[in-house]
Design a protein around this ligand. Structure first.
Ligand SMILES: C[S@@+](CC[C@H](N)C(=O)[O-])C[C@H]1O[C@@H](n2cnc3c(N)ncnc32)[C@H](O)[C@@H]1O
Length: 198
């Protein structure tokens, strides 16, 4: 389904970074950043242009080819890995930042990947996440139209136990990020820092 969506020559989520990421990216300390479910690369390219070494992981080879093309056009380098997050090894205390933007996973995998992200962050490393919440079912302006793939703040706080929250909110904001994100959207937004004891 994602390869098919991305086979359009247009960047279906745009080439500008996610608006929340652009606001909060300054929280990520210097060092390598992992972007999960990165698709066509708009966020990875933005972070690389801020000086981070970036790895973009996605199950869609077609999406990541476009990510590499966008990076080349913008004169930055990114690493890409085609992988299902169910099998991708995030590692231990490896990342200064992990970025998850509209990466909606089924509950079991979501918990597993989110716990692996806590482990994968260095002490002082930062998680940035934006995703649609269940309230999005009323807006129909983007995101998966099924409750199971939408993210509740309480569940996310549990998934990411061990992070200290600089921001953990649920809000409605205008989301105009490509053809599939068009209008008021109900989102959760997280900025979490891994403390030394996590
Ligand atoms: C809505 S798109 C968001 C893309 C990108 N983060 C952005 O904001 O432009 C969701 C992405 O998650 C990826 N994805 C979903 N489930 C995945 C999984 N299990 N493993 C790897 N990637 C996955 C899809 O391939 C898709 O590119």
């Amino acid at each position: 389904m994602w390869d098919q969506r991305y086979s359009d020559p247009e960047y279906v989520y745009g080439t500008d970074p996610n608006a929340f990421l652009a606001e909060v990216a300054h929280h990520i300390p210097a060092g390598p950043v992992l972007c999960v479910g990165e698709g066509e690369g708009r966020n990875a390219v933005f972070l690389a242009s801020r000086g981070h070494e970036v790895e973009a992981v996605d199950a869609s080879a077609v999406g990541l080819q476009k990510a590499e093309q966008l990076a080349a056009e913008r004169g930055v380098a990114i690493a890409t890995t085609v992988a299902d997050l169910a099998h991708y090894e995030i590692g231990t205390e490896r990342w200064a930042g992990v970025v998850s933007i509209f990466c909606h996973l089924p509950a079991d995998l979501r918990r597993r990947v989110h716990r692996a992200i806590v482990k994968g962050l260095r002490p002082g490393g930062v998680l940035l996440l934006e995703a649609y919440s269940p309230a999005q079912l009323r807006y129909r302006s983007g995101g998966p139209p099924v409750r199971e793939l939408l993210y509740e703040l309480d569940e996310l706080r549990e998934d990411f136990a061990g992070l200290d929250w600089l921001q953990a909110v649920e809000r409605v904001r205008p989301v105009h990020e490509g053809r599939f994100h068009t209008g008021e959207g109900a989102v959760v937004q997280l900025v979490g820092v891994k403390s030394a004891r996590a």
